[in-house]
Design a protein around this ligand. Sequence first.
Ligand code: HXC
Length: 515
Amino acid sequence: MSLRSKTNELRKRMKSAASGGGDKAIEKQTAMGKLTARERIVALLDEDSFQEYDLFVEHAAKDFDMANKYLAGDGVLTGTGTINGYPVCIYAQDFTVAGGSLGYMHARKIVKIMDHALKLRVPLIGINDSGGARIQEGVNSLAGYGEIFYRNTLASGVIPQISVILGPCAGGAVYSPALTDFVFVVDKISKMFITGPEVIKSVLGEEISMEDLGGARVHASLTGNAHFYAESEKECFDQIKTLFTYIPWNNGKKAESFQPKQPKSRTFKLGSIIPSDSKEPYDVRDVIKALADESDFFEIQAMWAQNITIGFARVNGETVGIVANQPMYLAGVLDVDSSDKAARFIRYCDSFNIPLLTLVDLPGYLPGIDQEHAGVIRHGAKLLYAYSEATVPKITVILRKAYGGGYIAMCSNHLRADFVFAWPTAEIAVMGPEGAANIIFRKEIKEAADPEKMRLEKVEEYKQKFANPYVAAAYGYIDAVIEPRETRKFIVHSLAISKNKEVRLPNKKHGIPPF
Ligand code: HXC
């Protein structure tokens, strides 16, 4: 056979292998508003950068008439490419082929590209659109998932791992994403659950739609399983591209530096954001935008546990991870979910050499039976653990309230913040003036001729004495009390001076965080 005819044969084989599950299945996929696996990769990666591997892999199953079935590419595409010029390893499950279900060879393809990603120290992106373990392949499918979970765990904190949920993902198909760093979902397209509505109905008799059980909104706002929510696949891919501008390729590198830019100071003025009444709420994102280059803030888990705000920004061209109490929601208290949310993000930043900027304004941990019984002790401790363990540069700015455990937990000097600054509006105390006065002056208030007048006097006395930054500053717990308009200058300086920070933690295999 001549080279030409061999080339023609190769092209024919490639066409067949790249054809997915056939026209009917592709039509069904498109009718649901979904791109095909190949279209997704092309849309996400830089133009012409995708190099595919293992196109000719076929399944080896025999049972349930599988020997007579051809599954193109065994239902998954794998390869390498670039995003904004960054090298990445990628896989995309093809729902048009046996529902993207994961059989033995399908898993082998994924595992192979994961091994590449870890060896090459480049990010891994998984586009998941799968009915879970391929039922006909039994324990071999389960083995495949086990191999994936093991590698997700090994790669955790070494290379960024991104999961994109673009279809109904059931069973094993959701546990791999749960082990990765960031999960992206798209409205009406993404569904995630361990057991679907049918199983729930047959076992428990409960009825629920797929959307209500595990749709994109549910995971973005209720469970916290998703970190980014988009209205369309295109918007989702744009979010991923933006994320890649903030994070490094691997844990041995730093995020790329950009040209420093000033915040849009006309829109966001630091001096006028905080209301004079310390009980009034405000949007902490305005403070972040007043500090960030071009006032750009890339928020993570924006719809879940909104009493804490986390995300990336750049200050003077350098990526920082921001953790900020959000007084607009529950006065910015710490609770089970907000502690979980912040602690995980802190560990992400610490793993990938991203300095942490913490903005503090909270009345403390949320009291209540629900919180106590939901394990606020264990979950709240995650925050203490994550901040104490983090060795990246840690800069804290106390904007207003910093009461009780909240003061300590929000990256205080005692958890080894490198620099703690406080605005003149800061109130650093064991608890708020009202609560404190009621407790320590209970007797005086009770015995006074006019108890209410006495109470107000004592609240004022406590405020004068403790509701300010100067007591903490007198002990050196605050490094500087600064005017709000000086904040960016102090942060820029602190980041620059901390570039070569080196801290060695006690030698150990690993700690035992309060998971
Ligand atoms: C084999 C599967 C499959 C699976 C779907 N298909 N899931 N084949 N194994 N797990 C096939 C269907 O038979 C069908 O084939 C095609 O994919 C499309 O599926 P539909 O059901 O027609 O699509 P849709 O109506 O959109 O429903 C999607 C779905 C549903 C919700 C995902 O298919 C479903 O519930 N699948 C089973 C989910 C599940 O319970 N998986 C096992 C989880 S156990 P044809 O030939 O008709 O086109 C698991 C264990 C690992 O994962 C645990 C590790 C911790």
